[in-house]
Design a protein around this ligand. Structure first.
Ligand SMILES: [Zn+2]
Ligand SMILES: [Zn+2]
Length: 287
């Protein structure tokens, strides 16, 4: 299984999950042009994607969806709530039901409800040849069902949206601060650390912090906070970025060369000119 985090953050989210010769895109929060540009260095193009899976309908997760769908007419899969929220824009197949596993184009997917102020938001656990990948962002709290489903994962891509002090002292208007830290907002670094305390186990090899706020967090704060749980363990910690892609390889145990089952992940160099972030001011964490 290979995972390419094309972008993660409040300006756009898109992750390619590749296994068994199949590639699905989780969320399409980049413009079509951005998507193409960011896929290219990884040997990918939009035509390689067989389906889009949606976590929820917020703009940072669907910004490029209509254009992408118009070009490639590929299946778009989400929850019933997401289908209703996007009705009239893109036809969503409402196949994602929390707790009900399904196979999408040869890839096993377990959808799990998140706690977020969207219609029916979803997180994911992907399984392929004994490797489990948990991908959960945009949740105000790590619910018991989420923790249960994420236990035993090989890699966890988990939201670490904000540092509580930076959010409290930062420039956002009070209602937005309240929304972000609510039970249906976004996970703080300390919430993610608490969740990891329950999730670190013998199978876990890598944690990737996702959906960092550009105003209310820094990669160093995330690493320090998660390091309080991961220090001394063999689990590696990486931080995703709005502006750079990140690749994670999860070889099946039999395929691994060298260290058995060794996991490889790397941050790519900054995207080439034209492939960078949207120009203009930073945007608040509406998504
Ligand atoms: Zn979001
Ligand atoms: Zn959202």
């Amino acid at each position: 299984m290979r995972i390419v985090v094309l972008a993660s953050g409040s300006r756009g989210n898109a992750v390619v999950v590749e296994a068994n010769g199949t590639r699905v895109l989780v969320d399409c929060g980049l413009s079509y042009r951005q998507l193409r540009t960011r896929m290219a260095p990884h040997g990918l193009g939009p035509a390689d994607i067989e389906a889009v899976l949606l976590s929820h309908e917020h703009i940072d997760h669907v910004r490029g969806l209509e254009a992408f769908h118009k070009q490639h007419r590929l299946p778009v899969v989400g929850s019933e709530g997401t289908r209703k929220a996007l009705a009239g824009r893109v036809a969503v197949e409402p196949l994602l039901r929390s707790g009900q596993p399904l196979t999408q184009h040869g890839l096993e997917v377990l959808p799990v409800a998140t706690s977020h102020d969207a219609a029916e938001p979803i997180g994911f656990v992907f399984t392929h040849r004994g490797r489990r990948l948990g991908l959960v962002t945009d949740t105000g709290t790590m619910t018991a069902p989420l923790v249960e489903c994420l236990a035993g994962c090989t890699a966890l891509l988990l939201e670490a949206n904000h540092d509580l002090d930076m959010l409290r002292l930062g420039p956002y208007p009070w209602p937005l601060k309240q929304r972000i830290r609510s039970r249906t907002g976004h996970l703080s670094n300390s919430q993610t650390r608490d969740a990891l305390e329950q999730l670190v186990g013998p199978e876990l090899q890598l944690v990737v912090a996702m959906h960092l706020s550009q105003e209310n967090n820094t990669p160093d704060l995330v690493r320090a906070e998660l390091g309080r749980v991961l220090a001394g363990s063999a689990v590696r910690c990486q931080v995703s970025s709005q502006d750079h892609s990140l690749v994670v390889d999860l070889p099946a145990p039999a395929q691994a060369v060298g260290r058995e089952g060794a996991l490889d992940s790397r941050l790519s160099t900054p995207d080439r000119p034209g492939g960078g972030p949207h120009p203009g001011p930073r945007t608040p964490d509406w998504g």
